[in-house]
Design a protein around this ligand. Structure first.
Ligand code: NAD
Length: 481
């Protein structure tokens, strides 16, 4: 067991409060991953002071040189990928192959934004006046606050920090208290890669530290990923103090299965999107909306595949589904399934905690398929964030699309079909920021814009080249010569 610390002004140190919290393996609560500082507003304030002091020199460094730091960090993370992936499985629960995939993604993000250092383009715009030269410049905002959830413990800290840093900002990162170790590893690697002291600061803790960061007058922008409830609070505070804000929150992502789809492939797509990472992905499919004529055949295939999934500790070979993040969350998932059954849904697979033998030391829930779900049931409207797929039936494409759009959220959406016309109509009319055709709703790439619509997201997109927009201000320069 190790005692981990905050990173402030290049120094690793405990919280000024002296308080700590524990992080335990959700697959085995006897396994203590580490202790971390439970930080207060004072720790956050110290981190912001350090960030403000370090930012001007970092911004003055040529952007391609800032990129070199990110490239070196990518190489360091690549060399440690297996060790970091194992730590991720221990702290978050996802299977080792899933954790390796996420570390690979963080490496790609570091390299991608390293390259953006040579591409922080402005524009040259023709003036309507004689001998006036007009151009735009991108300038950093100053200090950025990044607040991250537990389900992608290294990718999300990376996809917020990297575009912020390459743009010349300093960052104060507040990782989730439920999976804080991988963010610590990312910071260690960036420091080792030559990031100057104070340019990235990590303050561990819970909502107390998070809300202090959001409220800090000298933090110019907040990039938040997490629940809708917390995101709303973050947006309110940022709105009041006119800080730039970006929110990525929940989803109730649909997969529409039309009668012309390859049903076996469609069941595989839903299985992957609903149960991968234990359903704990914001882009997970939680609703399969199936054309009525094939609904029974589709459900049968999905149920057979779900029952064949192997649930257990993610460090073991051959495991398909790891644990829920904690006991309260696992209990909430089975309670919501029971409520759906009470409202008339049929539990076709799973629906219970798994506690036999060693599974009893973790927070395991069986992959769950619900049939006979209707669009107004709570299970069809609210995010569960667990291994639960609800199957709804629809009369035809139009009906399926109407059901798909009739929720508050709009993050990711899939259609399984062989019809090009339906696929294109879906892309145009579905209310979602991420649209998939014959692909799982989860499983996005790092080099394109990411984000949703409606209650899922607020503000500019993350990832891809568009991420830079959030972390920079555009200056317009007019020069008479
Ligand atoms: P959460 O809202 O509980 O916590 C997110 C972060 O906010 C944590 O670091 C937490 O400590 C911090 N926090 C808590 N209270 C705060 C406050 N008052 N002010 C500021 N910060 C505060 O969310 P979670 O349980 O960690 O994450 C799960 C949620 O995240 C799900 O709803 C999921 O859909 C969503 N998510 C969305 C995306 C996306 O990109 N859309 C990606 C991953 C997860």
């Amino acid at each position: 067991m190790s005692a981990y610390q905050n990173l402030i002004a290049g120094q690793w140190a405990p919280s000024a409060t002296g308080r700590t919290f524990e992080n335990r393996n959700p697959a085995d609560v006897d396994d203590l991953v580490g202790t971390f500082p439970e930080s207060s507003a004072d720790d956050v304030a110290a981190a912001v002071v350090a960030a403000r002091a370090a930012q001007p020199a970092w911004a003055a460094m040529p952007a391609p040189k800032r990129g070199d730091v990110l490239y070196r960090a990518a190489n360091l993370l690549e060399a440690r990928a297996d060790a970091v992936a194992r730590e991720m499985t221990r702290e978050e629960g996802k299977t080792l192959p899933e954790a390796k995939g996420e570390v690979g993604r963080a490496i790609n993000i570091l390299r991608y934004y390293g390259g953006e250092g040579a591409r922080l383009y402005g524009r040259v715009i023709p003036s309507e006046r004689d001998r006036v030269f007009m151009h735009t410049l991108r300038t950093p905002l100053g200090v950025i606050g990044a607040i991250t959830p537990w389900n992608f413990p290294i990718a999300i800290p990376a996809w917020k920090s990297c575009p912020a840093l390459i743009s010349g900002n300093a960052v104060v990162l507040k990782p989730s208290e439920l999976a804080p170790l991988c963010a610590t590893r990312l910071a260690e690697i960036l420091v080792e890669a030559g990031l100057p002291a104070g340019v990235l600061n990590v303050v561990h803790g819970s909502g107390e530290a998070g809300s202090a960061l959001v409220a800090h007058e000298q933090v110019r922008a907040i990039s938040f990923t997490g629940s809708e409830a917390t995101g709303s609070k973050v947006a309110d505070v940022c709105g009041k103090r006119r800080a730039r804000v970006q929110l990525e929150m929940g989803g109730k992502n649909p997969t529409i299965v039309l009668a012309d789809a390859d049903l076996d492939e469609a069941a595989g797509i839903v299985l992957n999107a609903a149960f991968g990472s234990t359903g704990q992905r914001c882009t997970a499919t939680s609703r399969a909306i199936v054309e009525r004529s094939v609904a029974d055949a589709f459900s049968e295939k999905l149920v057979t595949k779900a029952k064949a999934m192997k649930v257990g500790p993610g460090l073991e070979a051959g495991i398909d589904v790891g644990p829920s993040i904690n006991a309260a969350h696992a209990d909430r998932v089975v309670t919501e399934v029971a409520a759906a059954a009470g409202a008339g849904a049929q539990v076709l697979a799973g629906g219970t905690r798994l506690t036999d033998g060693a599974l009893g030391r973790g927070h395991f829930v069986a992959p769950t398929v619900l049939g006979g779900v209707t669009p107004t049931m709570t299970i069809a409207q609210e995010e569960v964030f667990g291994p639960v797929a609800a199957v709804l039936s629809a009369d035809d494409f139009e009906h399926a699309l109407a059901i798909a759009n009739d929720v508050r959220f709009g993050l990711s959406a899939t259609i399984c079909t062989r019809s090009l016309s339906h696929a294109l109509q879906f892309a145009q009319r579905i209310e979602a920021g991420l649209v998939m055709v014959n692909l799982p709703s989860a499983g996005v790439e790092y080099q394109v814009a990411f984000g949703g619509s409606k209650a899922s997201s607020l503000g500019p997109r993350e990832q891809g080249p568009e991420a830079i927009d959030f972390y920079t201000t555009l200056k317009t320069v007019y020069m008479k010569y």
